[in-house]
Every structure is written in structure tokens, then in C-alpha cells.
Design a protein around this ligand. Structure first.
Ligand SMILES: [Zn+2]
Length: 492
């Protein structure tokens, strides 16, 4: 009897769990059995491994082979076990050098001819192996060295590579600052709408959830898309995290200059596609929008069931997915931006007459449940721009600010200054926000909360928006004036 061990990775949420893959070859009828993995997955792996071993010039041992994947009670539905299974068999049958490859870690899909393809979640395995000193073998074609220190990483192209002297390529980690992707959607493209632009700046600085309400053609979608370009550039950890999420979807090219994601979701999207799940489990739209924007156009058209699924991740920034025997967690720190018409016909409050009858308007506005509305920090109305104003604005083109900056650049610098100010302020005082209010602001807030019968959540939100407004004006303390503007951004 001969045994050999290789380690593989189960993908659990946005993390990994090490799986021991042990092959035992003994006398008996030629047969390959996989233990500790679903029948469906076992069948696929057996077919691919057999073919890949033979096609790569090795011999499939004509004895009884059992490969055990332990622990048995974790989800192994992701691909990526082809390579460790094949390597364990080749090691147990002494067809590759045991002194160099025993107890190595591996993740990769195999083609029938023995090509090693990157497996979904491979980035997660590479990240989790960092600093542990384990030798990890992965499929080629990924520029890992560009982002992370990978001294023990071996990349292999085919299974036959293991006959030769396959050694880690020592790549010096080139940890360069992440340059943000240049945005092409500039705030200058939007004429007028100064109130909405102010709300956009507040939303960008405080990462507040935002609802834009206005008639068709008033520029709600354009405004939502321009928010991306106003957000802080991603830091290195966030770039790695987004690459890991992309890796789960099968993208295995590390990208340094990632923009923040903007995911536009249609109201026909199912709850499962929105929050994630399936077999093997995949991240949903809210995870794909992690560190970016989840845009829901025509908010009242979404079903209650779908919208209610957003409540928990909007609070916690993560989503728990419960499956038959275990549950997993994906990150979901998205900024919700929603758009809606003010009434079913769309023209309420605009120059065109509204044709909605009876209680149609209130029924329409009630379609978005209270708990969701309560969680949207800023609710802003975006009026239609009158044609004569629009023409006036166009005459002014090209828009150039006094200092030779575009409106977008000027707002960008204002936000950058405000972020630096906020970071410094937070380093001086890290008490919860309501405790930082000075007597005048506290008295104002108490009075407003009583008069307007604000919920606890609403009070928190108003104070937090007030704080963002103060930061935007580089003000050390929140004043009643800041709170008045914050209250005006939550009309409901
Ligand atoms: Zn109407």
C-alpha cells in the first residue's frame, strides 16, 4: 500500500478552508473512488483526472485507488480539486518527485488533455497562503506578483510540467499604489441641479445611501453614475478584496486599477440573484457592488420580498447565506442609490400636468416599505430642468471654474480636503457621534426629534448626515445649521 498527501482549498464565502487530499493505492481491482465529496462532483473529477493523467504521459495505476478529501462536512462544490487529486495519485504511484512535491498545496481545474486552468476562487487560495510559507501550485496566467508577495507560489501550465524541475518563480512584490481608473463621467455634464449635486457630494463623503426622486428625463441615472467618480479611490486591501470577488466569478486576472463597482439592478431581478446563493454558491449583486454602488432604478417596481432582503446587509455590510448544512458570509458594503418617479405617470410637481387619479400617488409612494425608506439616508428631489434654463446652461459651455478647473475637479478637491479633515478629526475624538454634539446642537436635535417623532434610527442618521455636512465645510463641531440641512435631506 502506498499513500501520498496534497492539500486543496474549499472556498467558503470570501475565505478558504484547507482540505486534506490523501490518495491510497492498494492491491485490488483497478478502480478510482473519491470519498468526502458529492457524487456529482466526484464523477466529474474522476473523468477529468483519469484522462489528464494519461494524456500527459503518465500511467493511471491499474490498482485500487481511494482518494479521501477531509474534512467531509464542508462544501467542496467549487472546482479546483482536479489538480490536488491528480497530484496525490501521481505522488502515491511515485511518478513525480516525492521529495519536492509531498504535502504541497494546490488548486486548479484540469482539461481532459492535462492543461491546468485557474479555478474559481484561486485568488482566495493565493491570498490565504500568504505568510504561511506553504508551497502552492496554481494554474498559470495570473500576474500575482503585481499585487502580492508570493515567494512560495509555483505556477504550472500542464500536468506534465511536474516531470521537470518546477520551482517557485521568486518575484519581487511590486507593491505599487493603486491608481484609480480614470472616470469619464463628469459632474460637468449635468446642467443645473445644484441641490442634487450638493446631495451627491454629501453622499460621496459620508457613503450615505441615496434616493433620487424626480420626473423622467431629469437626470437621476446620470447623477447616480457620477457618484462613482466622486468616491475616494480604493485602497490596496479593497482592490485585493474586489479581485477575490471577481475570482469567485471565474475572473483570474488581477487588476490594479479597478474602478469602484457600479451595479445597476433591474426590478425583475430575483432575490437570489440580488443577495447570492446557488450551488456552488456565488456572490449576488450586493456583493458585486461591494465598496461601490448598487443602483436600483424605479424603486417602487421592486417587490417587497426582494427589497426586504437588503435590510440586513444595509445595516451590517455583510450577507449571511444559509445552506442545507452550513452557512457562509459574503461582504456587501454597498452604497445604495435608488431612483423613482414622484407618481405613476411621473410628472407630479413638474411643469407637465400629472394624470394620476385618486389615491394612486400615495399607493405608489407606499410601495416602498417604511423600513427600507428609513434606511435610505438621503432623499432628494430632482426636478426637471426648464428648457430655457437648460439652453442658458449650454450657452455657458465650456464650463471652466475661475481657477481653471472643471466643476468635477473642483468638487473632487473639496472632497479630498474634507476626507483629510475628517480623518484628522476622528483621530482626535472617537466617541460615538451623538456624544460629540455640543449643547446647542444637542438641544436642537432633541427638540426636532420630539416635534418630528423621529425613530431612533432616524436620529442616528440625521446626526451622521449633519456630521458629514460639517466635515464638508471643514467645521470642527456640528451646529444646528448642519442639522437643519441634514433634516431637509430626509423629508419623510
Ligand atoms: Zn402622476
Amino acid at each position: 500500500m502506498s499513500t501520498a498527501q496534497v492539500f486543496g482549498y474549499a472556498i467558503v464565502g470570501l475565505g478558504t478552508q484547507i482540505v486534506e487530499v490523501e490518495a491510497t493505492i492498494s492491491n485490488g481491482l483497478p478502480q478510482l473512488d473519491l470519498v468526502g465529496i458529492s457524487d456529482r462532483r466526484s464523477k466529474q473529477i474522476r473523468a477529468k483526472v483519469r484522462s489528464a493523467i494519461v494524456q500527459s504521459g503518465y500511467k493511471m495505476p491499474d490498482r485500487r485507488i481511494i482518494v479521501n478529501l477531509a474534512p467531509s462536512d464542508i462544501d467542496k462544490e467549487h472546482a479546483g480539486f482536479d489538480l490536488p487529486v491528480a497530484l496525490s495519485i501521481l505522488l502515491a504511484s511515485h511518478q513525480i518527485d516525492r521529495s519536492r512535491f509531498l504535502n504541497i498545496h494546490a488548486i486548479g481545474d484540469l482539461s481532459l488533455t492535462g492543461w491546468i486552468k485557474p479555478a474559481p476562487g484561486q485568488a482566495l487560495a493565493v491570498i490565504s497562503s500568504q505568510g504561511r510559507g506553504e508551497t502552492l501550485v496554481v494554474g498559470d496566467g495570473v500576474n500575482w506578483g503585481a499585487l502580492i508577495d508570493t515567494p512560495c507560489l509555483i505556477t504550472a501550465t500542464t500536468l506534465s510540467d511536474f516531470k521537470s524541475d518546477l520551482r517557485p518563480k521568486v518575484e519581487a512584490a511590486k507593491v505599487s499604489p493603486c491608481s484609480p481608473a480614470r472616470t469619464t463621467e463628469l459632474i460637468d455634464d449635468i446642467k443645473g441641479q445644484s441641490a442634487a449635486k450638493r446631495a451627491l457630494a454629501i453622499a460621496a463623503l459620508g457613503r450615505h445611501h441615496l434616493l433620487l426622486s424626480g420626473p423622467p428625463g431629469s437626470g437621476k441615472t446620470m447623477l447616480a453614475k457620477r457618484l462613482i467618480g466622486l468616491l475616494e479611490p480604493l485602497n490596496r486591501e479593497q482592490v485585493i478584496e474586489l479581485n477575490c470577488i471577481a475570482s469567485l466569478q471565474g475572473t483570474n486576472h488581477f487588476r490594479l486599477n479597478l474602478p469602484r463597482p457600479f451595479r445597476e439592478v433591474h426590478h425583475s431581478t430575483s432575490a437570489a440573484a440580488l443577495i447570492g446563493g446557488g450551488n456552488p454558491p456565488k456572490p449576488g449583486e450586493i456583493t458585486k457592488a461591494h465598496h461601490g454602488i448598487l443602483f436600483l432604478d424605479e424603486l417602487p417596481e421592486f417587490s417587497h420580498q426582494v427589497l426586504n432582503q437588503l435590510r440586513q446587509p444595509m445595516e451590517s455590510g455583510t450577507i449571511e447565506i444559509h445552506r442545507a448544512h452550513h452557512h457562509l458570509q459574503y461582504p456587501a458594503q454597498f452604497q445604495l442609490v435608488a431612483a423613482m418617479n414622484p407618481c405613476p405617470c411621473g410628472w407630479l410637481g413638474s411643469a407637465r400636468p400629472c394624470s394620476c387619479l385618486g389615491d394612486a400617488i400615495s399607493r405608489y409612494q407606499r410601495k416602498v416599505s417604511g423600513p427600507i425608506m428609513d434606511r435610505i439616508d438621503l432623499q432628494v428631489s430632482v426636478p426637471a430642468v426648464k428648457p430655457e434654463h437648460l439652453l442658458e446652461e449650454f450657452k455657458k459651455l465650456p464650463v471652466t471654474e475661475p481657477e481653471g478647473q472643471t466643476e468635477h475637479e473642483r468638487l473632487g478637491s473639496t472632497l479630498e480636503r474634507a476626507r483629510r479633515f475628517r480623518d484628522h478629526r476622528q483621530s482626535l475624538d472617537d466617541r460615538p457621534l451623538p456624544q460629540q454634539l455640543q449643547s446647542e446642537a444637542l438641544a436642537f436635535m432633541t427638540d426636532a426629534a420630539n416635534r418630528l417623532q423621529l425613530s431612533g434610527r432616524s436620529i442616528q442618521k440625521v446626526v451622521s448626515i449633519g456630521r458629514t455636512i460639517a466635515d464638508l465645510g471643514l467645521a470642527r463641531h456640528v451646529t444646528p445649521q448642519h442639522l437643519i440641512e441634514a433634516l431637509s435631506l430626509r423629508p419623510n
